[in-house]
Design a protein around this ligand. Structure first.
Ligand SMILES: NC(=O)C1=CN([C@@H]2O[C@H](COP(=O)(O)OP(=O)(O)OC[C@H]3O[C@@H](n4cnc5c(N)ncnc54)[C@H](OP(=O)(O)O)[C@@H]3O)[C@@H](O)[C@H]2O)C=CC1
Ligand SMILES: CC(=O)N[C@@H](CCC(=O)OP(=O)(O)O)C(=O)O
Length: 307
């Protein structure tokens, strides 16, 4: 029997992308909500309780409401919002994060889809901290640029309306309290809050996230090759969509184009280093709407369905 999937928030940026990704799937029955009822609590409640898996593509408060409307023991949930990412009883939906995580997601009833920003730095820092190359309390900095679809409907409408007049490069998060910090700190296994300062660019989709490292401040100064080997070894036995570029010594590379993996679920990690002056840069490239949101939700859904 086809599994019943309900996307609560199917008209939004993330919801629409998930619908597109599932459109050809014959093993699923998509429960759709009539446009005029899409914010009607009673209609949503009925569909949430009918679904085998409900995927919530809503603002945080509406996502919490959806969870509270589920009255049965049967409906599993994937929440794309920030509401439950460090909440008790929720599995973090980044299956490549560890050898166990895909199994944890597969058997979970409640899965919190990760935020787009934290996934890259978690993917790069967690292996280095586990390998003991970077101490957990090291003062880590994370920067990056994302396309404007990361801000959802409101930001998309703003950028589209401004067109060429929209800012090409707009730093934000300037109070350093970005909503992704708790999940980033927890799942990267960082002992202190990282410094995180993102940028939104005048392009729709895709992102590059960077972690610069002053290696001379580490207790035992690693070479770039040590960092690269630790990350490559970590993912060698983990199936999924995280891949490692060869250790690179180029001045620039077209591979760091934020749009390069758009409409895929790929995340590619790079290590650049200058051993003479003990500096390195970790870089993750992926699609904020792919691995950063809708692609990850479909990957988690498939794990939960045993596909
Ligand atoms: N865009 C991205 O790259 C990412 C987004 N996310 C998260 O996914 C979630 C959805 O984001 P995104 O798709 O970008 O946002 P959008 O604003 O594009 O879509 C949200 C949708 O939810 C609808 N909605 C709002 N309140 C309710 C309600 N009470 N009942 C039913 N529907 C409601 C909105 O309708 P209306 O517009 O009419 O208010 C809209 O269609 C958010 O929590 C976001 O933080 C996560 C990772 C990445
Ligand atoms: C460019 C941009 O504005 N991006 C969003 C994050 C998008 C995302 O990951 O969303 P949620 O964590 O809300 O699910 C931001 O920084 O707030």
């Amino acid at each position: 029997m086809a599994a019943k999937i309900f996307i609560d928030g199917e008209a939004g940026t993330t919801g629409l992308q998930i619908r597109e990704r599932l459109a050809e799937r014959r093993d699923l029955e998509l429960l759709s909500i009539p446009t005029e009822s899409r914010k009607d609590k009673a209609v949503r409640a009925a569909l949430l309780n009918e679904a085998d898996i409900a995927i919530l593509c809503l603002p945080d408060d509406a996502a919490k409401e959806s969870v509270s409307l589920i009255e049965n023991d049967h409906t599993k949930v994937i929440d794309a919002s920030t509401a439950h990412r460090v909440a008790e009883g929720w599995a973090y939906g980044f299956p490549e994060m560890s050898r166990e995580q895909a199994g944890i997601v597969a058997s979970a009833k409640r899965v919190a889809n990760p935020g787009c920003w934290p996934q890259g730095p978690i993917a790069m820092l967690r292996p280095l901290i586990e390998a003991g190359l970077v101490p957990a309390d090291f003062p880590v900095t994370v920067n990056g640029i994302s396309g404007y679809t990361g801000g959802g409907r409101t930001m998309i409408e703003d950028y589209v309306a401004k067109g060429e007049d929209a800012p090409e490069y707009m730093p934000y998060g300037l109070t350093f309290k970005h909503k992704h910090l708790p999940e980033l700190q927890r799942y990267a296994k960082l002992g202190r809050v990282p410094f995180f300062q993102p940028v939104v660019g005048n392009f729709a989709q895709g992102m590059v996230v960077t972690v610069p490292l002053q290696l001379s401040h580490l207790p035992k100064v690693p070479k770039g090759a040590d960092l690269h080997a630790a990350i490559a070894d970590y993912y060698a036995g983990i199936k999924g969509f995280v891949e490692i570029a060869p250790l690179e010594a180029s001045e620039r590379t077209p591979e760091l184009n934020p749009e390069i993996y758009n409409n895929t679920n790929r995340m590619r990690l790079h290590v650049f280093a200058n051993d003479d002056i003990a500096q390195a840069l970790l870089v993750a490239v992926y699609d904020n709407l792919g691995k950063g949101a809708s692609g990850a939700a479909v990957q988690n859904m498939d794990l939960m369905l045993g596909v």
